[in-house]
Structure formats: C-alpha cells, structure tokens
Design a protein around this ligand. Structure first.
Ligand code: AMP
Length: 292
C-alpha cells in the first residue's frame, strides 16, 4: 500500500505518467483513476477518496478538454485553479496529479475520435452537439495514458457515466468503471465547478432543479406511473422560478437514456436548466418496482 501521507507528485507530460505508472505496476500496485477538469470541490474529492480507499495508488487528471466544449460555450472562462486543486488531491491522499497542456494532449489536429451512438442522441447530447464525442475521446486517450485498473465517475453526470461505461464495454477497455453518488450543498444543489459562475441571487434560485426532480421522484414513489404527468409536474415547478430557464426535463430509461411514457424499472429523472448564463444539470436515479 502507498503511504497516504506521501507528498502528491505533479506531472505535465504523458511520458512522465507512463514512467510513474510503470513503476507503480512493477511494485504490484492497483491503480485508480479520477479524470476531472479541475476547480475541484467536494464532489471530486469524494471520487478521489473512494479511489484512495479502494486502490493502492490513485491518479487524478486535471484537464479542461477543449474537444468537449461547443463554440459558444464557456471554455475560455472555465475556472482554472491548479494550485488549490493540488492541495485538494493531496488532502484526499491521492498519489499523482496529471495536468497536461492542450498541446501535450493534442499536439496535432485530432483526426481520431470515439463516438458512442444512441445513448448520446438526447438530453445533453442534443443540447451540446459534439460534447460526448469530446468526452469519450479524451477519456479513451486518458485511459490509454494512465491504464488504470478502475476509474471513478460521478452520478452527477449520469449520461456521461453511461456513455463511458458503454465505450468501455463496446471497445473492451481493460478498466472497471465505478460510479459515485452525487455530492450536494446543504440546500440540495449538486456541487459543480460551474456553480462559481452564479451571482448570490442566482445561487439562491439554483436548487430549484433538484427540488423539481425530488417532487417528480416523490410522485413516482406515491404511485404515479404516467411519465408525462411527472414531467409536467417538474416543469411547472421550475417555471415558478423566474431566474430559471429550462433546457430539458425528462424521465428516461437508465440504460438507453430514451424518454419513457410508463414509469417502471430502472429510470432516471433528469434535468438541465439555465440560471442566467449558467447551465446546470442534475438527476435522480430510481428503481421502480415493475407491476405484474
Ligand atoms: P468535471 O471536473 O466536472 O469534469 O467532473 C469530473 C468528475 O467528477 C466526473 O466524473 C463528474 O461526474 C464528477 N463530479 C462532478 N461533480 C460531482 C458531484 N457533485 N458529485 C459527484 N461527482 C461529481
């Protein structure tokens, strides 16, 4: 086992990661991996701690991946806080930070991509064309660089987790994916690096998304099986918040991410809203007993 009090190492090149991982493997260590875009918060920290608890060595990548941002999105203003992030990784007991430059990751114009079809057709895939292609491609690249035994992803980004799980299955990546629960602020707002964009007034309004999803979940628990009624309920709730604008609100099947009409089995209540210019997403997964 790695001594958890060790100083975390920080490297910026693919060659250095490969050297470090080779050494860890020769020592017989299992390797956990947590890919992130930095601006680390308690949500990221929970993934890192889980990896540290379950694996001998933990690698955290910090890379704001241009491939997954659309032309009018927030790539330029996405928060970059590397020094503070290194402190978070250190405090969680992880061993290596990989913080490459864009040039290190994409020295040439990228011609090879990973596309996961169908799962990416709706929701964030529809609102953000090319987003999941960028995510799957960078995660595939990071898996090839780090070659972890296990990689940790957050339920917060449920569609992303499903895309990565499917990529790993369909392309036989030798890595196991572990999903970790969504970490929330005290008022229910899902933690996100983008929450820092919110003004105090917007921050107050932001928990409306989770509250609406909770209302949908409560209706289902109380016996509602008409997905359209659940959707309507959640939409009405959000529309009562003047600062919120709906991108999508839906009830989907957990394995296909397709809209359902009858609520049963493993489903996910999902939503994306804008508060001002800030896009927030959240979800609640539910196992609904099938009626015979
Ligand atoms: P990001 O830095 O936003 O790309 O996120 C990196 C990883 O952290 C992804 O697997 C996310 O799903 C996960 N993550 C982000 N926010 C949370 C949260 N509030 N709770 C749990 N996991 C999260």
């Amino acid at each position: 086992m790695t001594a958890k009090s060790n100083q975390v190492s920080v490297v910026h090149t693919i060659a250095e990661v490969r050297q470090w991982v080779d050494r860890a493997r020769k020592l017989g260590r299992t390797i956990g991996f947590v890919p992130t875009m930095g601006a680390l918060h308690e949500g990221h920290a929970s993934l890192i701690r889980t990896s540290v608890a379950q694996q001998d060595a933990t690698v955290v990548s910090i890379f704001v991946n241009p491939l997954q941002f659309g032309p009018n999105e927030d790539l330029d203003r996405y928060p970059r806080t590397l020094d503070a992030d290194i402190q978070v990784v250190q405090a969680c007991g992880a061993d290596l930070v990989f913080a490459p430059s864009v040039r290190e990751m994409y020295p040439k114009r990228q011609l090879a991509f990973v596309d996961v079809e169908e799962l990416t057709a709706g929701l964030c895939g529809a609102s953000r064309p090319g987003h999941f292609r960028g995510v799957a491609t960078v995660v595939a690249k990071l898996f090839n660089i780090v070659q972890p035994d296990v990689a940790y992803f957050g339920q917060k980004d449920a569609q992303q987790a499903a895309v990565i799980e499917r990529m790993v299955a369909d392309l036989s990546f030798p890595v196991r994916i572990v999903r970790c629960p969504t970490v929330r602020e005290a008022d229910g707002l899902a933690m996100s690096s983008r929450n820092t964009y919110l003004s105090p007034e917007e921050r107050q309004a932001a928990p409306i998304l989770y509250r609406a999803l909770q209302e949908g979940a409560e209706a289902i628990r109380a016996g509602e099986r008409d997905a359209e009624k659940v959707r309507r309920l959640m939409i009405d709730r959000i529309q009562r918040e003047p600062l919120a604008r709906i991108d999508y609100v839906d009830v989907v099947d957990e394995s296909t991410f397709r809209t359902i009409s009858y609520v049963e089995g493993n489903i996910v209540l999902v939503g994306a809203i804008y508060i001002g210019n800030t896009r927030l997403i959240d979800n609640i997964p539910l196992a609904v007993p099938e009626t015979s």
